[in-house]
Design a protein around this ligand. Structure first.
Ligand code: SF4
Length: 413
């Protein structure tokens, strides 16, 4: 236990029930690292900070805030605000709003129900009122933006982004042209002008490439210091922060620079390297933060993640085209095999001992991919665990925690 935790006996992992308590706990547990604390602060203030900025006159839009969206939106002077991050504010009441008021079937994915209920409670309160949807998400979300439109939100949806594994040549060029038009559609919706500013877009592409390079450095340094930054902050920093910078690009980059300096100054601890159980996380950002604590307590370290955008944007072609090409060259381009290949290369690179597949109850969309990946790794002889968790706030079920601990301890044995 860190000295800071020892001074705060009231804050023990076992007693925590809310996500904000987990973040407070993670800050104490990383009391030795100003950089990790800054990243956790940025994560905590992401949604409130964006809503404050909006009220102060800045443009902001709800979106999934990953993939190409932050690059384009920041270039247009718009803060991309991840609606997925509203999950941490959700309570049981959110489920009731979705099920009773909007008549979502009980078995609907909890992420969609939480998001709709959060938008419902924010409607007509003077906060962010535009939603950039994405038809590639899933059917429950397609339903979500349709029902919430009736609450006065201005909704815009991109068409489906999908590149089949065999698509190349002329067909790929058609898709790229189609994507460029879609990017201009978004710009027109947000600014009233069907145009982007190439100089601003270049700045954002350069920022993204620079940060990808820095985060790759962090991932390499973590192999030598696997327990310095534990599971919760690393997932938030990579899955959320690297995509959208928590709404504050300069502060995020400064915290990453500080983290690199901290990691570079650390002496190697051979005992730590012998004890670590390297894991790859193959899921989104689970809102049951206790799962991460269970991994940490069992001696596991999440050293690789599927969702990290590994590919650089091209800087040798016009920026709008660079975004369109990046979209179709990325592991999010549609077919599950792209993400599986990323996972496989992470497993090889890290010599991972296990893969944690995490998804939400009621998600038929991603459960097919997870099952495919589980079978692929089992055939290669690698241990996998397939977890289904809940999106809304609250502590994870005992069953999920027991399974996580048993899995990591099995790998240790
Ligand atoms: S968890 Fe699955 S069903 Fe739920 S929003 Fe995400 S993709 Fe859709």
């Amino acid at each position: 236990m860190s000295p800071l935790l020892a001074q705060n006996p009231a804050l023990e992992a076992e007693d925590i029930t809310t996500l904000s308590e987990y973040i407070a706990y993670a800050k104490l547990a990383h009391g030795y690292s100003p950089a990790v604390n800054k990243l956790l602060d940025l994560s905590e203030d992401y949604v409130p900070g964006a809503e404050r900025a909006f009220r102060a006159g800045q443009k902001a839009v709800w979106c999934n805030a990953n993939n190409y969206q932050p690059v384009l939106l920041y270039s247009l002077g718009v803060i991309p605000v991840s609606y997925g991050e509203m999950g941490r504010y959700s309570q049981r009441n959110d489920m009731l709003i979705a099920e009773d008021y909007y008549q979502f079937p009980v078995e609907t994915c909890s992420m969609v129900k939480c998001t709709v209920a959060q938008w419902h409670q924010r409607a007509h309160t003077g906060t962010i009122d535009k939603i950039l949807g994405n038809c590639s998400s899933c059917e429950p979300f397609n339903l979500a933006w349709e029902v919430i439109r009736s609450e006065g939100y201005d909704i815009f949806n991109n068409e489906v982004i999908y590149r089949g594994p065999s698509v190349k040549g002329e067909r790929l060029e058609e898709l790229i042209q189609f994507m460029k038009e879609q990017l201009l559609d978004v710009a027109e919706w947000l600014t009233g002008q069907r145009a982007v500013n190439d100089d601003n877009l270049k700045v954002e592409i350069q920022r993204k490439n620079r940060l990808l390079t820095k985060l790759r450095r962090v991932l390499e340094l973590r192999r030598a210091h696997p327990f310095y930054m534990k599971s919760l902050p690393i997932i938030l920093t990579l899955n959320i922060g690297l995509n959208n910078y928590f709404g504050k690009p300069q502060e995020y980059e400064a915290a990453i620079d500080e983290l690199i300096l901290e990691l570079e100054a650390l002496p190697i601890d051979e005992k730590e390297l012998k004890a670590v159980i390297p894991l790859v996380w193959a899921g989104g950002t689970g809102q049951e933060f206790g799962v991460y604590e269970a991994i940490d307590q069992s001696g596991g370290a999440i050293l690789g993640l599927r969702s990290v955008p590994f590919r650089f944007y091209r800087e040798d072609i016009p920026p709008l085209e660079a975004i369109a090409r990046w979209v179709y060259d990325n592991s999010n381009a549609g077919a599950g095999v792209y993400a599986r290949d990323v996972l496989d290369s992470e497993v090889e690179r890290l010599k991972a001992r296990g893969v944690i597949l995490y998804g939400y109850i009621g998600c038929s969309f991603a459960s097919v991919d997870r099952e495919m990946w589980r079978r692929f790794f089992h055939e290669k002889g690698l241990a996998c665990i397939n977890l289904e968790g809940s999106f809304q706030t609250g502590s994870p079920t005992g069953q999920v925690l027991t399974r996580v601990k048993a899995f990591v301890e099995m790998l240790a044995a």
